[in-house]
Design a protein around this ligand. Structure first.
Ligand code: UDP
Ligand code: MG
Length: 317
């Protein structure tokens, strides 16, 4: 019988672990799906890993790992994928905002031959205005840059084993899970779901972390900002030609004394463009620098006792 792995990244979610494990176990047993739950605690500072450990002792189908520090949700997802042994793997949030009720439908579509089953949000659920605005801006920028509609997509997905292996084989460190599955190009089906309210605790994303995530993903998935530098250069050149002609005409007519305003404006405009361009290029160099160092995406410090094999070495690649 086919095995379904569910990967659940968790950061400071001690209140959610046992409830989520219980809800998922109940639902999967009811639907007669053979499963395992893989919780990845992303360097939590509360009792998240202790909770995972308790669950693992209660049920051998539940396992987990703890990172040495907070590496971010992307790293958590990839560690979970590396630890999962299922024929299909579902990635979902451990705060139950991704409804477990959608899993049987995903499973069914996978059985019918889909290699990726995307969870598509019907609406964004209840969020604070600030969060809504920053998330909205984030998705707008991302969709533009990546040329995919990101607004409705989420990290709630089912992946076939071969997709998981493709993702794990990617050499890059700066991953963007949501877009990478799209990029991989496997046969995709969708399941739409209603975003649920968070069970316990609050969202782990701040405005600042979302913006950081946006810049990181934009630079790792698009070179458009770099091309923008060329566009700015061309605009500057156009301006300078117009101004050069004007200056020459004034000189030839013998009225070339005025013009400090123009000089000041030119310095400001060119200076602004130059600094912006350097900033953009700097972001890409930072990306290259990070990739070149070849550091692991995450470092696992602890695993539950029922984890077999050399998971601790998995990060070495
Ligand atoms: N998460 C994580 N590492 C982080 C931030 C979040 O593993 O650095 C996990 C978190 O525990 C949750 C999921 O990612 O399971 C989604 O996070 P959250 O619910 O805070 O985001 P939101 O639902 O508000 O987008
Ligand atoms: Mg959430």
């Amino acid at each position: 019988m086919a095995l379904l792995s569910i990967v659940l990244p968790a950061y400071n979610e001690e209140q959610n672990i046992s409830n989520t494990a219980r809800v998922l176990s109940g639902m999967l047993t009811e639907n007669q799906i053979e499963y395992e739950l893989v919780f990845i605690s992303d360097g939590s500072r509360d009792g998240t890993f202790e909770e995972i450990r308790k669950e693992a002792e209660r049920d051998p189908r539940i396992k987990g790992a703890e990172f040495s520090r907070n590496f971010g949700k992307e790293a958590g997802i990839f560690a979970g994928l590396a630890m999962a042994s299922g024929d299909a793997v579902i990635v979902m949030d451990c705060d139950l905002q991704h409804p477990p009720g959608a899993i049987p439908e995903m499973w069914k579509k996978w059985k019918e031959g889909a290699e990726i089953v995307e969870g598509i949000k019907k609406s964004r659920g209840k969020e604070s205005l600030g969060h809504k605005l920053s998330a909205g801006l984030f998705y707008k920028i991302m969709s533009r840059l990546i040329k995919m509609d990101m607004n409705a997509s989420s990290d709630f997905k089912l992946l076939d084993r071969k997709v998981v292996d493709v993702l794990l084989g990617l050499p890059e460190r700066n991953t963007f899970f949501r877009a990478l599955t799209f990029w991989s190009g496997f046969r995709t089906e969708t399941v739409s779901y209603e975003v649920q309210e968070r069970q316990y605790g609050e969202s782990k994303w701040s405005f600042f972390s979302l913006m950081k995530y946006a810049v990181a993903n934009a630079t790792s998935f698009s070179t458009l900002p770099l091309q923008l530098v060329t566009v700015m250069g061309m605009i500057s050149i156009l301006f300078s030609i117009i101004l050069a002609v004007q200056t020459l005409v004034k000189y030839l007519m013998g009225t070339a004394v005025e013009g400090f305003t123009t000089v000041i404006l030119l310095i400001l405009i060119i200076g602004g463009f130059l600094m912006l361009s350097l900033g953009i290029i700097g972001h890409y160099i930072a990306r290259i620098y990070e990739e070149v160092k070849g550091r692991p995406k995450y470092i696992i410090s602890k695993v539950t006792d029922n984890v077999q094999g050399s998971v601790l070495g998995a990060w070495k690649r």
